[in-house]
Design a protein around this ligand. Structure first.
Ligand code: DSN
Length: 452
């Protein structure tokens, strides 16, 4: 029996050992696929070929979507592991399935590491994604019809913060705050007066397209002034917070939700942190309230990511994300772009295209940039006259290029590539030339070299 187990383990090891080869290819085309991973290529050559093409895309493009990142190979390896084979409904020590001894070990480790990383009293690592984490927090703290005060999606919030097309807008009475028309910053006096007027049961602070810091102590004061719960959704800035380069919401919030794959650089997934007094309600809301079996393979990957995030290099990485964002923002402004709120203090920025190119929508700009090998996403700007599918803005962030090892000097080149591509957006040959330059530039920063 032992021999058979050892043989299986050896086979698994040999299989896994081929994976690094996949990630070291900078110009990964179909013929190298066969060498990359014989087993997977034999089982499903089509999916391997598509994956290899996306590997080449990820290597050869400048990926500037602020909510994305390159997870480490360690994180990816455990996600593809045998931990995916197990049902483990329930929580460590109280499962509805047998055979969960080692699943308990995995989940407890993830919880303990998250608690240590963020200084949280209680953590639930089971939410499958950010929206599910927010849904569970609402389910725990609110009844349908209760009032939530949250940031409008069109000013930088998130769908799950009460947008009308989302469950949150359908089941709760949502009052939205936005940014000030002049400063494009959130005005805490306006938030306080909205809270006073509408007496929300929950205030949500957090955003997906707000380039400035949140002063969580001030948000706590507003929540206390009307007896509301405070939920901080830190999906975008969790890594910055763990790295100490953004104010910390944990001491001030009843509940903190986050995804684990953005600046935190872990696997796709989410978690909820809360004060001990809310722990039982939060856990019951996640399971059995909204989810069934947890995905232990991704919970294990979250544990690996939390360990990586507790290393000193992670702090340096987060500091560099912010320095890079500032450098990119400043050069873009020197090149004539207007940035919402006049710059950035975090990992992202929003370009308002209307000033430089009145007729160019965010959607068109993002497509032109993709032609040049630069990946950004269209995004509404505050008070946008265009619709969410068209937009007048594009959103850019530095987490991925920073993971690749790029620093401030490289940001200047990136800003210039963006400028040149948009200036010459009607000239296919120039965009093609920029794409080649981008590819050469990217070749100096192999996407998985930092793991070696
Ligand atoms: N969709 C994510 C973003 O891009 O910001 C948030 O969930």
């Amino acid at each position: 029996m032992l021999t058979r187990t050892c043989q299986l383990f050896l086979k698994l090891r040999q299989f896994c050992d081929k994976i690094p080869f996949l990630y070291r290819q900078s110009d990964c085309q179909a013929q190298t696929v066969k060498e990359m991973n014989k087993l997977l290529a034999e089982v499903d050559p089509q999916i391997v070929e598509i994956t290899a093409k996306d590997l080449a895309r990820q290597q050869n493009s400048l990926m500037l979507i602020p909510s994305e990142n390159y997870a480490s190979r360690a994180v990816m390896e455990i996600q593809g592991s045998i931990l995916a084979n197990k049902y483990a409904e329930g929580y460590p020590g109280e499962r509805y399935y047998n055979g969960c001894e080692f699943m308990d070990g995995v989940e407890s480790l993830a919880i303990e590491r998250a608690k240590a990383l963020f200084g949280a009293e209680h953590v639930n690592v089971q939410p499958h994604a950010g929206t599910q984490a927010n849904m569970a927090a609402y389910h725990a703290l609110l009844d349908p019809g209760d009032t939530i005060l949250a940031m409008s999606l069109s000013h930088g919030g998130h769908l799950s913060h009460g947008d009308k097309v989302n469950f949150s807008g359908r089941y709760y009475n949502v009052v939205a705050y936005g940014v000030d028309a002049e400063t494009e910053l959130i005005d805490m006096e306006t938030v306080a007066s909205l809270a006073e007027q509408h007496r929300p049961k929950l205030i949500v602070v957090g955003a997906t397209a707000y380039p400035r810091h949140f002063d969580f102590a001030a948000w706590r004061q507003v929540a206390d002034s009307v007896g509301a719960y405070l939920l901080a959704d830190i999906a975008h800035i969790a890594g910055l917070i763990a790295g100490g380069v953004h104010p910390d919401p944990v001491p001030y919030s009843d509940v903190v939700t986050t995804t684990t794959h953005k600046t935190l650089r872990g696997p796709r997934g989410a978690m909820i942190m809360c004060k001990e007094e809310h722990a039982a309600k939060i856990d019951r809301a996640v399971f059995p309230g909204l989810q069934g079996g947890p995905f232990l393979h991704t919970i294990a990957a979250r544990a690996v990511a939390f360990k990586e995030a507790s290393e000193p290099e992670f702090k340096t990485y987060q500091e560099q994300i912010v320095k890079n964002a500032k450098a990119l923002a400043e050069r873009l402004m020197e090149n004539g772009f207007r940035l919402v709120s006049g710059g950035t203090e975090n990992h992202l920025m929003l370009i308002d295209l209307t000033i430089k190119y009145e007729k160019l929508s965010g959607r068109q700009a993002a497509d032109h940039l993709e032609d040049a090998g630069i990946i950004v996403n269209k995004n509404t700007i505050p008070f946008d006259k265009r619709k969410p599918k068209t937009t007048s803005g594009i959103r850019l962030g530095t987490p991925m290029v920073t993971t690749r090892g790029m620093k401030e000097d490289e940001m200047l080149h990136i800003a210039d590539f963006i400028t040149e591509a948009l200036e010459n957006r009607q000239k296919a040959s120039i965009k093609k030339r920029i794409r080649e330059k981008v590819q050469e530039f990217c070749a100096q920063f192999p996407i998985y070299e930092y793991l070696n």
